[in-house]
Design a binder for this molecule. Structure first.
Ligand code: AMP
Length: 194
C-alpha cells in the first residue's frame, strides 16, 4: 500500500491536486470534509450531530472524526493505498491514524504540504469572488476555516516533520507544474517504503 496525506489551507488547490494524485497512484481518496458533508446532506444521525459545528466553520471533535475515518478506511481493506485529505487536523488524529495504519500492517508513508500563505489564500478567494460576481453567504465560515487552518491545523505538521515524513511543495503556480513536483515527492515516498 501507499498511504499519503495531502495538507493545505482552504483555497490551496488541494481538491485539484488530490484528483490528479488518486488517478496517477491509484489511491482511494478519503476526505473527512466530504464525508461530513455527505452525512449532513443525508441527515444521518452523525450528520445531525455535526451540522451546527460545521456550519460555524469549527472543527468536529476528535472522537467523532476518528471514528468516522476508521469506519471508512476499514470499508476498503484491499485498496492500493489511501490519500487522506482534511485529516488529520490535530495531533490526536495523527496518532490515531498511525495506530490504524499499524493495525493494517501498513503506515503513512508521507505527508505533502501544499504551501500557500494566508495572504495568498485570501487574495485567491477575493479574486474568485470578483470573477464569479456573487455575494458569498459563506464568507464568515470561510474566514473561520482559514483561521482554523493557520491557527490550529498547521500544528500537526511538526508531528510529521520530526519523523522525517513531511515534504513541502510550493502551491503557487500552474496546476501541471505543481503536480509535477507533487509526483516527485510521491515517487520518493514509494521508493522509501520499499
Ligand atoms: P473541509 O472540507 O476539509 O475543510 O472540512 C469541512 C468541515 O468539516 C470543517 O470545517 C470541519 O467542521 C469538518 N472537518 C473535516 N475534517 C475534519 C477533521 N479532520 N477534524 C475535525 N473536523 C473536520
Amino acid at each position: 500500500m501507499l498511504n499519503i496525506i495531502i495538507f493545505g489551507p482552504p483555497g490551496a488547490g488541494k481538491g485539484t491536486q488530490s484528483g490528479l494524485l488518486i488517478e496517477k497512484y491509484n489511491l482511494n481518496h478519503i476526505s473527512t470534509g466530504d464525508l461530513f458533508r455527505w452525512h449532513t446532506k443525508n441527515e444521518t444521525p452523525l450528520g445531525k450531530k455535526v451540522k451546527e459545528i460545521m456550519d460555524s466553520g469549527n472543527l468536529v471533535s476528535d472522537d467523532i472524526t476518528i471514528a468516522m475515518l476508521k469506519e471508512e478506511v476499514e470499508k476498503h481493506p484491499d485498496v492500493h493505498g489511501f490519500l487522506f485529505d482534511g485529516f488529520p487536523r490535530t495531533v490526536a488524529q495523527a496518532e490515531a491514524l498511525d495506530t490504524l495504519m499499524e493495525s493494517m500492517s501498513t503506515a503513512i508513508h508521507g505527508v505533502i504540504e501544499l504551501k500557500v500563505s494566508e495572504e495568498e489564500v485570501r487574495a485567491r478567494i477575493a479574486k474568485r469572488k470578483s470573477i464569479e460576481n456573487r455575494v458569498d453567504d459563506d464568507e464568515d465560515k470561510l474566514n473561520k476555516r482559514i483561521e482554523e487552518y493557520f491557527n490550529k491545523t498547521v500544528h500537526v505538521l511538526p508531528y510529521y516533520e520530526n519523523q522525517g515524513r513531511l515534504k513541502t511543495v510550493n502551491g503557487i503556480g500552474a496546476i501541471e507544474k505543481i503536480f509535477e513536483e507533487i509526483s516527485i515527492v510521491a515517487d520518493s515516498f514509494e521508493v522509501a517504503k520499499s
